[in-house]
Design a protein around this ligand. Structure first.
Ligand code: PDB
Ligand code: ZN
Length: 557
């Protein structure tokens, strides 16, 4: 019997299929399905070397290993057993049980009582949440084809958070070519003009106005793309004279900054732009408080580098989640600031590699001092230690002594903490989008916690939080006390940092009031409608226990 051999790859793995020339089509499809280890409902797609999709059938054109086809599997719908397994429950069996229950109760009680309706609503909202791509693609529940790797398990969300190879290469190209680009801004537009030099010049040309703007807390990060932000980070190291002082080679600094860019993930808040904001605020504080005249350069290098590294490889899930979900990180760090330990470890993985070790020309003693300082600063950004660090600072403030190393260490921790949560010190149009990003990340986490049956932090629960109410509390009880304490040491911060934060408090307090009155008006108009209806004499067909709260749409206008 004459057979034919087809060469193809599945997720990058070379395969070859052999079948008789007159083999039934279904058998050929099953053959490819088993080669791809695809489930019965998964969709198979075969591409020829030209990238066109072709039919899987016995009349497939035989090919050779170096001209092989590409087989792709598209995950079945959200009900796949694997997903259900990973989620710890099976949606369809849950729905079946619910329908059984509903039938039973319907027969007995003769109507759908509120509680069953409520459960049905929950299941429906879970289903639409699972199917709404923006949640799942972010969690990596859909196949990530960009890396051509094995099919990640449904909850292996790390893969989609990582930057793709092409994204990194594109930014690297732009960043490196920026060596020749003079960046200067006319008002808020950025005009690029290539300088005349043709030989390899590593000196960076950024206009004087951008250099000055970069030292102020009003700097707007939203105007700049990632490659330009990397240039601005390089300017910070240059303008603080770190290059000659610590003998840092420009190409090593560029490789370091590229690795930093690569290790921040594409998530709503704790991404590379956040890293830039925290570093730029730290840079602004150094100039505002004239710290160069009060502290050694090596301490400023520690502070700036800690800010750059402080949230490396953050996956958008905070320590509470890591600990409750018993993740790898919680296991590795015994529930002790798992995220901050990880950010710091990733920083030193980058610094261990010669090509990106900006400290490689320093003495062992200098390196030890820098390592100790960066570990202290990054670990201090764990907000569960907020009061511990703030109280230590309060206790030494009356006798603060810049020649005392313990005092300097606490001040460095306070400065990175202030920089880390300082968004509200920026102009409202810069700060408000950051609050939206943070809430989006928090709500993503609480959605997952609900799906996994884990404890949900109240201020992260989309059903409990309003933007202004959570922010007014945060500004009053966290931001202002911290910033006022620091202003006791540097009075000039009163006008540059505290004043804008007080304006932000007023802004969110107004928003909170407006929201409350709007809710009251809505409630009043609903009650008015209800009493008119009741007065109409038509007895409500629902349960006689007043309005049926489980049917919100009947109440919403
Ligand atoms: C904090 C801890 C972890 C991560 F209203 C982020 F929901 C923050 F936003 N962080 N950073 C800046 C913030 C801000 N938390 C809040 N507001 C901020 O501006 C309050 C928070 C309850 C929010 Cl503190
Ligand atoms: Zn941070």
């Amino acid at each position: 019997m004459e057979t034919k051999v087809i060469y193809f790859t599945v997720n990058g793995r070379p395969e070859q299929a052999e079948f008789p020339v007159d083999c039934p089509t279904q058998d050929v499809k099953d053959l490819f399905r088993s080669a791809a280890e695809a489930g019965p409902h998964d969709i198979l797609k075969l591409y020829n070397p030209k990238g066109n999709i072709i039919n899987i059938s016995p009349s497939l054109e035989p090919n050779s290993p170096n001209l092989c086809y590409k087989l792709e599997v598209v995950a079945a719908d959200c009900n796949s057993a694997e997903l259900a397994g990973a989620l710890g429950f099976d949606l369809s069996s849950m729905e079946k049980r619910l329908q059984g229950l509903e039938k039973k109760i319907l027969i007995e009680a003769g109507e759908t009582p509120a509680v069953v309706y409520e459960m049905k609503k929950q299941v429906d909202s879970f289903r639409e949440k699972l199917e709404s791509v923006e949640h799942l693609s972010w969690l990596g529940l859909f196949k990530d084809l960009s890396e051509g790797t094995h099919k990640p398990s449904p909850f292996y969300h790390k893969r989609t958070l990582r930057k793709t190879r092409e994204e990194c290469e594109h930014v690297r190209e732009k960043f490196l070519q920026m060596r020749f680009v003079k960046i200067h801004t006319k008002m808020f537009g950025i005009v690029h003009s290539y300088c005349s030099c043709h030989h390899l010049c590593s000196s960076l040309e950024v206009s004087e106005e951008v250099r000055q703007y970069l030292k102020t807390p009003t700097f707007d990060n939203w105007q700049w793309e990632d490659a330009e932000i990397m240039v601005l980070l390089q300017v910070m190291y240059t303008d603080l004279d770190f290059i000659p002082t610590f003998n840092i080679e420009p190409e090593v600094l560029q490789q370091f900054l590229f690795e930093i860019y690569r290790r921040y993930n594409n998530i709503p808040f704790h991404n590379f732009k956040h890293c830039f904001c925290v570093t730029q605020m730290m840079y602004g504080l150094i100039w505002l408080t004239d710290l160069r005249s009060k502290m050694d350069s090596i301490d400023l290098l520690i502070m700036l580098t800690s800010a750059v590294c402080h949230d490396l490889d953050h996956t958008g899930y905070n320590n509470a989640y890591q600990i409750n979900a018993r993740t790898e990180l919680a296991l590795r760090y015994n529930d002790i600031s798992p995220l901050e330990n990880h950010h710091c470890a990733v920083a030193f993985e980058i610094l261990e590699r010669t090509e990106s070790n900006i400290f490689r020309n320093l003495s062992m003693d200098q390196y030890k001092r820098i390592r100790e300082g960066i570990i202290k600063c990054i670990l201090a950004t764990d907000m569960s230690r907020h009061n511990e660090v703030l109280n230590k600072f309060k206790s030494i403030l009356p006798v603060f002594d810049f020649t005392n190393k313990d005092h300097r260490d606490v001040l460095m921790m306070i400065l990175i903490k202030v920089s880390d949560i300082s968004n509200e010190a920026r102009p409202m149009e810069v700060a408000e989008p950051w609050l939206d990003c943070l809430l989006q990340e928090f709500f993503n986490q609480s959605d997952v916690e609900k799906l996994e049956g884990l404890p949900v932090t109240p201020f992260m629960d989309r059903d409990k939080v309003t933007k202004p109410s959570s922010q007014t509390g945060f500004i009053r009880f966290v931001l202002l006390p911290l910033f006022i304490e620091l202003a006791n040491l540097f009075p000039c911060l009163e006008q540059h940092i505290i004043h804008p934060v007080r304006k932000a408090l007023d802004y969110y307090t107004e928003m909170e009031k407006a929201l409350e009155t709007e809710q009251q008006n809505r409630a009043q108009s609903e009650n008015a409608a209800k009493s008119k209806e009741a007065a109409g004499g038509r007895q409500d067909s629902q349960t006689d226990a007043g309005p049926d709260t489980s049917k919100p749409e009947s109440q919403s206008t």
